[in-house]
Design a protein around this ligand. Structure first.
Ligand code: ME8
Length: 471
């Protein structure tokens, strides 16, 4: 089966932080798991590079917007490499191919009568890249960006969303567009029923915002971020020029994101696709926003965690493991740095790392030849946890397996056994268990689990070096 999975494309004006890393690691674990069970996988991530916010950040640094984007997109790519993200493509909305495709998309929407020019007056927050309602404001300011929105009055092109809402409601209710977890599905249905979803502006006057894609039918207007951004999911796989590749991968099997961009993905995006007469994504999983030690992560509070600092402390593989083991995927949760250390010592230093050291040490010391039976069947027992996106439970199951192994070794006391064939039996069992556990860990810890697999598969097993030094 094919499996096409995406992350949001991140705004390139921010430096990558663990919020971005979290979604991207989840995507990577799923991509690697699906490859492991034999699926054909396409994993897409990238950066969102147009719009007023980015132009403003570039100007603050005295840089041309494109140079600024090049510099920051490189930072995302670098971090994904450090974290061993196995994406098949990194799309940038300033890629020429994407820009050309967006022009075609706008022309198609225009030709089909889904765009309409209207006078617009609203309060626009550049930080959010969206228009706000009075009820969104606190003391007249955007609560997220602590800035007074600009009053904007201009002619814009609008996408006629409202006509699509009844159909979207039906598809969401029937799980034809599956929205997970169920609480998010209710949220989407609520937004539609409350009547708050309105036709929305898809362009800005070029005199106001110049950093964007020019509309082919109105050269005074540039694309406003959302059509440009959402389209990345189809332009990356060749729409509209590479029909063969596009049909091979579309529709997406899974769009991942957090709740901040729920309405754009679950309502705007299906409507745009329907207007283009394209199939709709199958599933969208919306995870929670997490806080850091109880506080909202923000630059002003100075509590933004950079992925690099986790990697420096724990190593890339353990950083991935720790981010996914701390709470159920989907829940709004708090990242506790002290829990990272506890968990690292318990699961990785004393758990997996210790088991590998113990078993390989005994095999080397006794110069035993071990034959593995390479049983992949155990992976099937993780399918349920994977299919319900409970990565924390996948990892718990793996930890139970390690505890069983620990109990087995304690009970059989191989260091006291003198009969060679008995010893071979015990240590073969142990090595086979470790091999299976390592296969199960591969999507989470691609480097270290592979290193252990290689150690166990060698003709002569030698003691593994310490994998997770105790902290
Ligand atoms: O919204 N907790 O980009 P963005 C969990 N360019 N996840 C977090 C997080 C947190 N505290 N902070 C960020 C955009 N994320 C648009 C998307 S897609 C067509 C366009 C993650 O840079 C989470 O995945 O603001 C969230 O949805 C995303 O980063 C927002 O990234």
């Amino acid at each position: 089966m094919k499996f096409y999975i995406t992350t949001p494309i991140y705004y390139v004006n921010d430096e990558p932080h663990i919020g971005h890393a979290y979604t991207t690691i989840v995507g990577d674990v799923l991509a690697r798991y699906h490859r492991q069970i034999g699926d054909q996988v396409f994993y897409l991530t990238g950066t969102d590079e147009h719009g007023a916010k980015i132009a403003e950040s570039a100007a603050k640094k005295n840089m041309a917007p494109q140079d600024f984007c090049d510099q920051n997109a490189a930072k995302f790519q670098e971090v994904w490499q450090i974290l061993n993200i196995s994406h098949d493509q990194f799309i940038r909305t300033t890629d020429q191919r994407h820009e050309d495709a967006v022009v075609t998309i706008f022309q198609t929407l225009y030709d089909r009568g889904f765009l309409e020019e209207r006078e617009y007056e609203g309060m626009y927050c550049v930080g959010c890249e969206k228009f706000l309602n009075t009820r969104d404001l606190i003391n007249g300011q955007c609560p997220d960006h602590k800035r007074t929105p600009e009053i904007i009055k201009e002619k814009n092109w609008f996408f006629k969303l409202e006509q699509f809402l009844p159909k979207i409601e039906e598809l969401v209710r029937q799980d034809k567009i599956e929205i997970l977890p169920p609480s998010r599905q209710n949220e989407v249905l609520g937004l539609i029923r409350e009547g708050v979803m309105k036709d929305f502006s898809v362009s800005r006057q070029k005199s106001q915002v110049s950093w964007g894609i020019e509309l082919p039918f109105d050269r005074d207007q540039v694309s406003y971020v959302w059509i440009d951004a959402l389209s990345n999911y189809i332009t990356a796989i060749g729409y509209p020029v590479r029909q063969d590749k596009f049909e091979e991968w579309w529709p997406a099997d899974l769009h991942l994101m957090a709740q901040d961009i729920l309405k754009f993905h679950t309502i705007y995006w299906p409507a745009i696709l329907m207007a283009l007469d394209l199939p709709l994504p199958k599933t969208m999983f919306i995870h929670g926003f997490f806080t850091i030690n109880g506080e909202k992560m923000s630059k002003s509070l100075g509590n933004v965690i950079k992925p690099q600092s986790l990697v420096d402390q724990f190593g890339a593989d353990a950083a991935r493991y720790l981010l996914l083991s701390q709470f159920p995927f989907g829940q709004e949760s708090d990242i506790r740095e002290d829990v990272f250390v506890e968990r690292y010592n318990a699961d990785l230093a004393n758990g997996y790392g210790n088991a590998v050291a113990r078993v390989t040490n005994l095999i080397e010391k006794n110069k035993l030849q071990i034959k593995l039976n390479k049983d992949m069947v155990w992976l099937n027992s993780l399918a349920e946890e994977y299919n319900s996106y409970r990565f924390d439970l996948v990892l718990n199951k793996i930890q139970s397996k390690l505890q069983e192994l620990d109990g087995y070794i304690t009970k059989t006391v191989p260091w006291k056994v003198t009969n060679t064939s008995e010893l071979i039996t015990i240590l073969s069992n142990a090595a086979n268990e470790l091999w299976m556990v390592s296969q199960a860990l591969l999507p989470f810890m691609p480097n270290i689990a592979l290193q252990v697999i290689d150690t166990l598969e060698a003709d002569q097993i030698v003691k593994a070096p310490p994998l997770f030094p105790r902290l």
